[in-house]
Design a protein around this ligand. Sequence first.
Ligand code: NAP
Ligand code: HSE
Length: 428
Amino acid sequence: MTEPLRLGIAGLGTVGVGVVKIVRQKAALLEARGGRPIRISAVCARSRVKDRGVSLDGYDWEDDPVALAQRDDVDVFVELMGGSDGPAKAATEAALRAGKDVVSANKALLAHHGQALAEAAEASNVVLRFEAAVAGGIPVVKALTESLAGNDINRIMGVMNGTCNYILTRMESAGLSYEEAFAEADGLGYLEADPELDVGGIDAGHKLSLLASIAFGTQVAFDAVELEGIGRVSIEDIRQAAGMGYKVKLLGVCRMTGRGLEQRMSPCLVPASSPLGQLDGGTNMLVIEGDQVGQIVMRGAGAGEGPTASAVMGDIIDIARGTRVTTFGQPSHSLVQATPARAGAAAPYYLRLTLLDKPGALAKVAAVLGEAGVSIDRMRQRSHDKETAPVLIVTHKTTRAALDTALAAMDGTGVVRDEPVALRIEKV
Ligand code: NAP
Ligand code: HSE
């Protein structure tokens, strides 16, 4: 009989339990597709006694993920604990050093240490795969590293954090405030243990940086992602956007330009009728533009037990089949360090300012915009309280640099209260 592929699974939470279920319930299918049986040798989590809703009979238990990673009866170390450092990093490094293939769902770990881990994998002649780390069940890592390898990638765009999309969708469809929609997402268990990872755009930024590395042959550069979360998007912004035919989305965009690598993750206005505009709830969407293939749109569940475990199993079956792909689609020594570039392409922007309601206030704001070379397309003053008036402005196309110059000068006008909200209107 063909030798089984033996797994050591570290982490028995949402994703880990999903993987155990698939291995237990689909043994014949996995063997047929992988060409050999896939078995679990041992598992590891913090609590040995927690009821996880799945039988762990027949598996050895390890308290220490590093020990699990080094076991002789483990061929593939499956890291499903999470965290950019600590046990996840130590165990992944130990597994690679011990000559084990590694499958991980951990975008934080890969975004912070991807280059070093890819080098360690190649030094040990093993593979490190991470399909589940980006957009859950959507096979975008495989698509980019394998199926689209013959393309120059022009641009990748997408909604990569289901929690933020859920919050923004609920604000739009149910008229909830940001705080109410956040509380609802929390109640449904959508938020990461540290919610700032979701709403601060960090989780989505991790994912974008991994895709950019594969797409452009560059070393992962999470620190260079221009990040802005959804915490300052108000119901007023969502309503105004809807009135103009747009939806607000936490949108990631990366592309290689003559000036360097652009990577940005920020709330943007996208046409309501576009595929991205129509993406509701916790779903993810990736739009990939290649020079040969044209535009590809991938849509699906970006999180959850089944979809994420599905992606983990895809990587495991590849290893069972003997498919060996480098971590970021090319040898790690050939990945270049990209120069980070800010978004250079001009775009219209939506601005919301809170102005003191006094004579000349609007004129001062218009002057600041004009001096920075930012031209106003439309402007509206909303109903106001005794002292302030919310003013909504849509600019003509302008660069982010020009807009930032104007925004920096707003404070000096003495009439702008609170930090202005500026949302790019993205052509998608
Ligand atoms: P989770 O439900 O919080 O589960 C984490 C698991 O890791 C738990 O079983 C926990 O043990 C175990 N663990 C934590 N620290 C440990 C340590 N020091 N030693 C041993 N075990 C430890 O997390 P998850 O949602 O399954 O996510 C796992 C990974 O997949 C993360 O990297 C996450 O970003 C990624 N991911 C998740 C999703 C999703 O939809 N959930 C989607 C894509 C990617 P106990 O159970 O005993 O506490
Ligand atoms: N917190 C993430 C999300 C989980 O909401 O998309 C999947 O990575």
